[in-house]
Design a binder for this molecule. Structure first.
Ligand SMILES: [Zn+2]
Length: 233
């Protein structure tokens, strides 16, 4: 069986991990020639004739296609979405991801949470925001070569994760805030301080939703904050 082209493989993986809309993938698939040779008659027939509006069918197709193209991946990259979340600890996905992904360049400065990484197996670059105060997650974004090169050569970083508000907003969208046993924990106080330093007029309701708590709690935390104090993550 001939191997798929790298463009075809990109399209396959985008569908498998859910980065492309099912109907968009179906349109692409039907317009592409030579896929019967690449995937075999049965799977090709399945991908050509199935109902992409049916969620259960789409899940089945994703798994069937994954089984066909995933020949013992050496890394996690292909299976991760373009914008994804990896919990710290948990089921060990962070260990599997960082087993092949090396930290290349720290953003430094105010964005102490941000760095550029690269997989030493498949050479994929990732933008990583390490959020270990409120969500305990790595938020990652797939970068193409040009985006990675802009960071390496010119120090031009993508707009994502440039503020702590954006990092926490990603957490709101993709994850759940931790439950704190100590409601006045340092990580909560420091986070309120950082958000107010970025946006002095940010209101309590916004801070509360970013931290996964309520405005009454934020008012108590505000009383503990120090303006522009030096503090760690
Ligand atoms: Zn990789």
């Amino acid at each position: 069986m001939p191997a798929p082209s790298s463009h075809q493989l990109d399209q396959f993986w985008a569908f498998v991990r859910g980065d492309s809309e099912p109907l968009q993938f179906e349109r692409w698939y039907l317009g592409e020639v030579g896929l019967e040779d690449v995937l075999g008659e049965d799977l090709h027939w399945d991908l050509t004739c199935s109902d992409y509006r049916d969620g259960g069918e789409v899940r089945r197709l994703r798994q069937a296609l994954k089984d066909a193209i995933d020949h013992g991946s050496q890394c996690e990259c292909n299976a991760l979405r373009n914008a994804d979340v990896i919990p710290m600890g948990g089921d060990g996905r962070d260990e599997r991801f960082f087993a092949t992904v090396d930290r290349l360049i720290d953003h430094g400065g105010r964005q102490w949470w941000l760095y550029l990484s690269r997989c030493n197996s498949c050479e994929q670059h990732w933008l990583v925001a390490q959020e270990e105060r409120i969500y305990d997650d790595f938020f990652i974004q797939r970068l193409n070569r040009d985006e990675a090169e802009a960071i390496i050569t010119n120090g031009h970083w993508p707009s994502s994760f440039q503020t702590y508000e954006d990092v926490l907003a990603t957490g709101m969208q993709l994850s759940r805030a931790c439950v704190f046993f100590d409601s006045m924990a340092g990580s909560l106080v420091w986070t309120v301080e950082d958000l107010l330093e970025e946006s002095p007029n940010m209101g309590d309701p916004r801070i509360a939703e970013l931290l996964g708590t309520n405005t009454e709690h934020i008012q108590r935390l505000r009383k503990r904050t120090k303006p522009s104090s030096s503090r760690g993550p």
